[in-house]
Ligand binder design. Structure first.
Ligand SMILES: Nc1ncnc2c1ncn2[C@@H]1O[C@H](COP(=O)(O)OP(=O)(O)OP(=O)(O)O)[C@@H](O)[C@H]1O
Ligand SMILES: [Mg+2]
Length: 254
């Protein structure tokens, strides 16, 4: 069996409900409910689920942006809390919620982040040219972030998430807002990262991407991991979409 790179053990996150939504005995929303998932080294793992299922919250916990209320996360069998700094140096995180300073340019931000990570200048420069080429950032590398379209911002965010050449790449909806060329570039790039031995955990609503690209799949429903397995296992002989809907207990229109 392949080696497990990362696993979460019953991670749970509650958010306090706004005062007017609280009821006796219900003061918080259970966004992620004891989720235990495992990511194997060198695979592309897709987290699927309807809006509000808890994908982003799970990824933010795994990315160590927020701490779980309960449960733990292990990277190479070590609790990430034992060495958060070391863990963060090995991962790359992409989220639509990433705040970027609009006054700066993709070029400047890439250099700045490289320095924060202590990456040698020559290495950083080469990586920047490669990523900017790959994601089609060259035409707007010197424009202020504020002046970019949302797809351009997404491309810049993708490159910035890879500044430290991470072992584990955590991408929340990586193709969000991208045109077909951008989406294809991301798909090809993720595949090339896997070929280089990198591990990728992503969330998406695009089933065709998962069918083409991913090795294993987890489906979150209302904060719980309803199923996890290889693409084949989760498909169960049909399409991914069919098993998704049958899990949801809904019927598709003929
Ligand atoms: N910071 C927060 N404060 C309060 N509630 C939150 C917060 N973040 C998420 N939630 C709630 O937690 C639940 C899970 O949200 P989450 O963003 O993880 O879902 P998601 O699966 O990523 O959905 P989507 O597909 O829409 O991106 C939702 O009910 C959401 O309203
Ligand atoms: Mg989300």
């Amino acid at each position: 069996m392949e080696k497990i790179l990362l696993r979460s053990e019953a991670i749970t996150k509650r958010f306090p409900l706004p005062r007017k939504e609280r009821k006796p005995g219900r003061t918080s929303l259970l966004a992620v409910d004891h989720v235990s998932l495992s990511i194997r080294k060198g695979e592309i793992y897709a987290l699927l689920g309807p809006n509000g299922a808890g994908k982003t919250t799970s990824l933010r916990m795994i990315g160590s942006l927020i701490a779980p209320d309960e449960g733990s996360i292990f990277y190479e069998n070590r609790n990430i809390n034992e060495d958060l700094k070391g863990y963060r140096s090995k991962i790359g995180f992409l989220t639509a919620e990433l705040k970027q300073d609009g006054f700066f340019t993709p070029d400047y931000l890439f250099d700045f982040m490289s320095e924060l990570h202590g990456i040698p200048r020559e290495v950083a420069k080469e990586r920047k040219e490669m990523l900017f080429q790959e994601f089609g950032i060259l035409p707007f590398r010197d424009k202020k972030i504020d002046a970019l379209s949302s797809g351009m911002k997404q491309k810049a965010s993708l490159a910035l998430a890879l500044v430290n050449d991470p072992e584990l790449i955590i991408f929340d909806e990586p193709t969000n807002g991208l045109d077909i060329l951008g989406a294809k570039a991301v798909e090809d790039f993720l595949r090339s990262l896997r070929d280089k031995g990198r591990t990728i955990l992503l969330s998406t609503h695009i089933f065709s991407l998962v069918e083409k690209l991913c090795d294993r799949v987890g489906i979150l429903l209302e904060g719980r991991l309803a199923v996890e397995g290889s693409l084949e296992e989760v498909r169960g002989g049909g399409t991914l979409e069919e098993s998704f809907f049958s899990l949801l207990g809904e019927r598709r229109d003929a």
